[in-house]
Design a protein around this ligand. Structure first.
Ligand code: HEM
Length: 538
């Protein structure tokens, strides 16, 4: 950390350079930066007071958006932005921007968002937003930028143009603010990523479009034992922090973490020409993907017949059905056989492949290629080992990277067993970050059910988080509220089926009454795979 005294302010957001002499504190250690970002005393540079008419200038816009606000106005405005973003499906944005004609990346970003937000004249909106962008982030305002703001307000909130509708104007400002925030940063992210296959999570850490973040002390506080006086400036060096910690801070951190990160990542991927697969899209719907796990063709087909858009497989179910131990790499053959059988159906399925049945990333890549060729849409790869230890994160990351290189369209759900095995739980976030940066499309933490722990992960992850449902844990609605994007049932259905079978048999044997509601013979027979052989007759 260094400290300097200055009278100027080179922040990307500040315009006021006339204030009293103040100290600038620079931090470059990860923990210090996290502490500074979480400190409510440290706020973005407050915008200069605006005096002109509402809705007619960049000064008004800056004074009315979430980005530069604090306290209650910040919470209220952030809620407006979050509600707006909740209406926009990231996967749809990715498809839309990928389908757009080429040209300036910033224009494509804003045009796509404006269109999805139902704004009229998206092309002209994009042009106006690029005019506003510079002064919004602190460059001197000019007449053209003020006119662009007024024009955007007219299009965004025509009902609020009498300037007396404060709530309407505030909503309009935050819709415009959302577009301005998206514009440069998303284009920069796509540019930094280039056309290669580098996962965006890695670009965010290694080549972040935003290299520093600034704060001003609204009142005196301390960071890492250093006293920061009211009015002092704080500069947070993200690039330096990223050298020592895998969880990137490029999207900031709660409570101001970028609310548009899922949308930004989808747009950046779309700008790189990538389109989400049907299975990936299921992870970005308003409700989390509830993925029930099957152990054979009939259980999969029966679940799909009930409207589940995709199913997973359960390694325990597959192993136990074959009389083999789970998690000991004994079920490679049975897993492949099941995948081939499921591949004969027309549904989406993801295969639980334990740790890839090998510690050689080349073998795991070959397995992934085979599964994908069989029709699998996804694969689960876990870092827990048969002896109850965790594989080194680097080895697991190498497997993930090898799989993505071999079968790019296969959705890799990288599982960490820190909670499942009750080991190295404090490594969870770091492991997940390493797996994201290796190319994982989603991450899975079975055994984690503590709402705070789940919320802390979804706050900084860039890919969907998968949680294992437990009857004693949070409900599906709770998990959705915590930002979880996929909920698996693991071996629960298999164990329930076994329990029901045994309970039925023993009740009949012992002459106890029992519920015999079941599929009819014909209904069960109808679950046969399309190309399967002659159905059995009993
Ligand atoms: C669809 C694209 C995007 C949208 C809609 C968006 C929207 C926003 C909004 C509304 C805020 C203000 C939140 C608040 O103050 O509570 C914000 C903050 C932020 N955004 Fe984004 N953003 C997008 C893309 C990006 C990208 C690509 C990056 C960087 C790679 C980024 C980094 C940040 C950061 C670091 C903050 C917090 C700044 C701070 O802590 O003061 N954003 N974003």
């Amino acid at each position: 950390m260094t400290e300097t005294t200055d009278t100027t302010d080179a922040t990307d957001t500040a315009t006021d350079t006339t204030g009293p002499t103040r100290t600038t504190h620079e931090f470059d250690r990860y923990a210090d930066i996290r502490a500074a970002l979480a400190d409510p005393a440290l706020v973005p540079e407050p915008p200069a007071a605006h005096t002109g008419p509402a809705g007619a200038s960049v000064a008004w816009l800056r004074a009315t958006v979430a980005r530069f606000a604090s306290g209650e106005p910040h919470r209220r405005r952030r809620a407006l932005v979050e509600a707006e973003l909740a209406r926009l499906e990231p996967a749809a944005l990715q498809r839309a921007v990928a389908a757009e004609p080429g040209g300036d990346l910033r224009t494509r970003v804003v045009r796509t968002l404006a269109e999805a937000m139902g704004m009229p004249e998206p092309e002209a909106v994009a042009k106006a937003v690029t005019v506003v962008s510079g002064p919004y982030f602190g460059a001197p305002a000019d007449e053209a930028a003020d006119e662009a703001v007024a024009w955007l307000v007219e299009r965004t909130a025509p009902g609020a143009t009498n300037k007396a509708d404060e709530a309407g104007l505030e909503a309009a400002a935050n819709r415009i603010g959302l577009l301005v925030q998206a514009c440069d940063a998303t284009a920069a992210l796509a540019e930094a990523a280039g056309t290669g296959d580098v996962p965006l999570a890695r670009v965010l850490r290694e080549n972040p479009p935003l290299r520093t973040t600034r704060r001003v002390a609204a009142h005196a506080t301390q960071v890492a034992g250093r006293r920061i006086a009211e009015g002092d400036a704080v500069v947070l060096d993200l690039v330096a922090a990223h050298r020592t910690h895998p969880v990137p801070l490029t999207f900031g951190a709660p409570p101001r973490i970028c609310p548009g990160r899922a949308h930004a990542l989808a747009l950046a991927d779309g700008l790189r020409g990538r389109r989400p697969t049907a299975f990936a899209r299921l992870h970005h719907q308003p409700a989390p993907l509830l993925l029930p796990n099957a152990w054979d063709h009939a259980s999969a087909a029966a679940l799909v017949a009930q409207g589940f858009p995709a199913i997973g497989t359960t390694s325990l179910g597959v192993a136990a059905a074959a009389g083999l131990p789970d998690g000991e790499a004994a079920t490679a053959e049975a897993t492949l056989a099941l995948a081939r059988r499921l591949g004969q159906g027309s549904f989406l399925f993801s295969v639980d492949a334990e740790g890839g049945f090998s510690d050689d990333p080349r073998d795991v890549a070959e397995l992934a290629r085979t599964l994908h060729a069989a029709g699998a849409a996804g694969i689960n790869l876990e870092d827990g080992r048969p002896d109850g230890t965790l594989a080194p994160a680097e080895l697991h990351a190498a497997k993930i990277a090898a799989v993505k290189a071999a079968a790019p369209a296969l959705f890799v759900n990288a599982r960490t067993d820190t909670h499942w095995l009750g080991r190295q739980e404090d490594e969870t976030a770091a492991r997940l970050a390493v797996y994201e940066q290796a190319g994982a499309d989603g991450v899975f933490v079975p055994g984690l059910s503590d709402p705070d722990g789940i919320g802390a992960l979804t706050a900084t992850l860039t890919v969907p988080l998968n949680i294992l449902y437990t009857p004693t844990g949070p409900t599906l609605a709770d998990l959705a509220g915590l930002g979880v994007r996929r909920v698996s049932l693991g071996s629960l259905l298999y164990r329930r089926a076994l329990t029901a079978a045994v309970a039925t048999a023993t009740a009949i044997r012992d002459g106890r009454p029992t519920d015999l509601t079941s599929l009819s013979y014909a209904e069960a027979q109808a679950l046969t795979a399309p190309t399967a052989g002659t159905p059995e007759t009993v």
